[in-house]
Ligand binder design. Structure first.
Ligand code: GDP
Length: 295
């Protein structure tokens, strides 16, 4: 809703004020899109494409450009044959989903919400407290475990995350679980160690289960705007990220970051977080997202 207020109202106001398209119109549109965090590169491409549409179809009225803009935004979010927004989860096997991302983005909350979601679908879920760096992270996951009724496998603070994951895999196998959700540490102060730690977790998973992890979800906080984009670049390069969960979209007017991430990183946004409660997680639907912006 907040993204909508910002983008829709500003674009509508712009269209009302201009009617006839000119250079100033495009400059103002550029500013609006950048302010919504669509990302400079993406905005430049978009504006270029709009200009050429205007030339090609001899569009004179700003009102006629609005549906074209909305269609282009949908295409930016959809045109991606590298991956879909579906989670790679299959029945009849143990599916492992690894969560990565820096502290405070909403990683634990997302794991809790996803545990709830899978449980609602009738699946047996186990959570692994792989962030052993912070005692609070383990406790918080346990709180979510109690809340949604899902078992948490944990060691004490400071333990080897790979050992926690190893135990969690064995617990999941012996309980016949469908889904194993693995938390990981999120400190960025020591990026090299963090990536080494993640690699060790990967190796354990790959050794224990064919093709695991089946998903590596990077959790990003939408309210951090371009910062989220740079985190996505860092993790995207080194952690084999297969999808993004964008949290706190309920608290920001900067939902344009969805478009920037999709267009600049070719990593699909698979889920969005819309609040702090267990039901506040939704699969990301590009069409619905843009319609919410322009309908
Ligand atoms: P972590 O450090 O990445 O595990 O982050 P947490 O899961 O502890 O979340 C940090 C804060 O963000 C907590 O206060 C959460 O309640 C809050 N939070 C997480 N997801 C969302 C969301 O989608 N919307 C809102 N408004 N708050 C969220």
């Amino acid at each position: 809703a907040k993204t909508r207020d910002l983008l829709v109202e500003k674009v509508e106001d712009l269209v009302r004020r201009y009617k006839k398209l000119d250079e100033n119109f495009f400059e103002e549109l550029e500013e609006i899109l950048i302010a919504a965090d669509v990302g400079v590169n993406t905005v430049m491409e978009l504006i270029d494409e709009l200009r050429s549409e205007v030339r090609k179809h001899k569009i004179e009225n700003a009102l006629d450009l609005q549906p074209i803009l909305s269609e282009k935004l949908v295409n930016l979010l959809k045109n991606d044959n590298t991956a879909s927004t579906e989670l790679n989860v299959e029945t009849g096997r143990l599916n492992v989903i690894l969560f990565v991302g820096v502290n405070g983005v909403g990683k634990t909350t997302t794991i809790g919400k996803m545990a709830h979601m899978f449980k609602q679908q009738g699946k047996k879920v186990i959570m692994a407290a792989g962030d052993t760096f912070r005692a609070a992270a383990i406790e918080q996951l346990e709180v979510w475990g109690d809340r949604v009724g899902v078992e948490v496998i944990k060691h004490s603070q400071g333990a080897d995350p790979a050992a926690v994951i190893f135990d969690a895999v064995h617990a999941a196998k012996s309980r016949g679980a469908d889904i194993l959700l693995c938390d990981t540490a999120g400190r960025l102060q020591n990026k090299v160690n963090l990536m080494e730690e993640l690699n060790k977790v990967y190796r354990v998973l790959q050794r224990e289960i064919p093709n695991a992890p089946h998903e590596v979800l990077l959790v990003l906080d939408a309210t951090t705007g371009q910062n989220a984009l740079s985190q996505a670049k860092t993790f995207g390069q080194s952690a084999g990220v297969t999808g993004i969960v964008l949290t706190k979209l309920d608290g920001t007017a900067k939902g344009g970051i969805v478009i920037a991430i999709r267009n600049e990183l070719q990593i699909p946004v698979k889920y969005v977080g819309l609040g702090e409660k267990m039901d506040d997680l939704q699969p990301f639907d590009p069409e619905q997202f843009v319609h919410a912006l322009f309908a």
